[in-house]
Design a protein around this ligand. Structure first.
Ligand code: 7TS
Length: 402
């Protein structure tokens, strides 16, 4: 196993006098030096606005931006590069789809189906558009392990259902959902499916043609790229039918005060100046992931998940929240009688970074009747020794609090 840690300079630092153990990768991943360098290189040598200049730098920036689009296309195996729309992140991608698809296809009496384990970013945009259009939000529940109750899917997919939106991987439970099966069932009834891939993109391979999803959303910053850039993939047929999300420069063909005509795909959905440097950073991050190999990443994270699950489970009074058979490297847990925030604060004093709270999934907390969890989320650059540090820190915090 190659030591990939050296690619991530931030991991070398000490926090509160201890070598940093960074287990908050589901919130955001760290950035390899090549991505940091790509940003510096962009701002040092080609910074310019795109698609609008005849001058040298503008053409260079435009070329790099469009290469990045084709890199994303290949990464998720999208059929066409104009089906890749750059956004600020998963949240903006989902808001775009909910607003644009919703204005066109959701009307009084229509239904949107989501799951009980969605991140708030895949709940609230649908609530907003449902309220506006007089549509209803329906919810596919999960069981005590955090596995979706697929046996209820057929009943929930009705002739009123206009779209299904579901997470590929739950950011709180770690469950890898059977999205391909869900898509097949929805398509059998002519219903399109949007997949929230925020927690999947850099952990398991994405193939939008194999999944046959209609939309796929993810964030760059959770996959080693800068913050401020994300992706919305949509099948051409839908993107052509959907109205623009935001109005402004770039998304138009002609503007008069009487009427505006819209630009072709993907520019129709890319109003205003995009985060060009960050998009180039995303391209560099994808090149990096490809170089390491998504199989290597998945295998390494799976080993960490197994090791972490075994070691944490052995702590007296510790319960893991989310025990699906198919899981990504995310472990949410609580310790009898202790508040997640207190434990999280104490282990931070020992240099261990985990997330505490509801993780923007309050319905999951409600399901389990808890206010939050501690959550350790691993990346391929984490190690078994770091998990030992977590376990030791949790044991110590337990002693101090009990
Ligand atoms: N969907 C899922 C499944 C997520 O995990 C997140 C962020 C989002 C959507 C929103 O992504 P954003 O990049 O637009 O913010 N999840 C988390 C988390 O688990 N901790 O911090 C952010």
């Amino acid at each position: 196993m190659q030591d990939f840690r050296k690619d991530f300079p931030i991991l070398e630092q000490k926090v509160n006098g201890y070598p940093l153990v960074y287990f908050d990768n589901a919130a955001t991943s760290q950035k390899p030096q090549v991505v940091i360098d790509a940003l510096t290189q962009y701002y040092t040598t080609i910074n310019s606005n795109i698609h609008r200049g005849v001058h040298h730098l503008s053409q260079l920036a435009t070329a790099e931006f469009e290469i990045a689009r084709r890199t994303v296309q290949a990464f998720i195996n999208a059929p066409q590069s104009h089906e890749i729309v750059f956004t600020r992140g998963t949240t903006e991608s989902i808001n775009l789809i909910a607003s644009s698809f919703g204005r066109k296809f959701l009307h009084e009496g229509a239904e949107v189906l989501i799951s009980e384990m969605e991140h708030h970013a895949d709940i609230v945009p649908w609530q907003l558009i449902c309220e506006q259009q007089g549509a209803t939000l329906r919810v596919l529940p999960f069981d005590e392990r955090g596995v979706l109750r697929l046996e209820q899917l057929d009943e929930l997919l009705t002739d009123k259902t206009k779209i299904v939106a579901v997470a590929h991987v739950s950011n709180t439970l770690g469950t890898i959902n059977p999205v391909k099966e869900i898509i097949a069932k929805a398509h059998a009834k002519g219903i399109p499916v949007m997949v929230d891939g925020a927690q999947a993109a850099s952990h398991i391979g994405i193939d939008v043609q194999d999944l046959d999803c209609d939309f796929y959303c993810f964030s760059g910053h959770k996959m080693f790229a800068p913050m401020g850039v994300g992706v919305m993939y949509g099948k051409e047929q839908w993107l052509n039918e959907m109205p623009p999300y935001q109005g402004g420069g770039e998304m138009i063909k002609t503007v008069t005060f009487a009427q505006t005509t819209y630009n072709e795909l993907p520019f129709k959905f890319e109003a205003g100046t995009p985060a060009v440097g960050d998009v180039i950073g995303l391209k560099t991050a994808i090149d990096y992931v490809n170089q390491v190999g998504i199989e290597t990443i998945s295998a390494r994270e799976h080993a960490l998940l197994q090791y972490g699950t075994e070691k944490l489970s052995a702590i007296d009074g510790l319960q893991i929240v989310g025990t699906a058979p198919e899981k990504s490297a995310i472990i949410s847990f609580n310790i009898n009688g202790l508040h997640h925030f207190d434990v999280g604060t104490l282990i931070d004093q020992m240099g261990v970074a985990v997330r505490t709270g509801h993780h923007c999934t309050q319905p999951i907390m409600e399901h389990f009747g808890i206010s939050g969890t501690l959550r350790a989320s691993f990346a391929f650059y984490n190690t078994e020794e770091e998990i030992d540090r977590l376990v030791k820190a949790v044991e110590k915090a337990k002693k101090m609090l009990m």
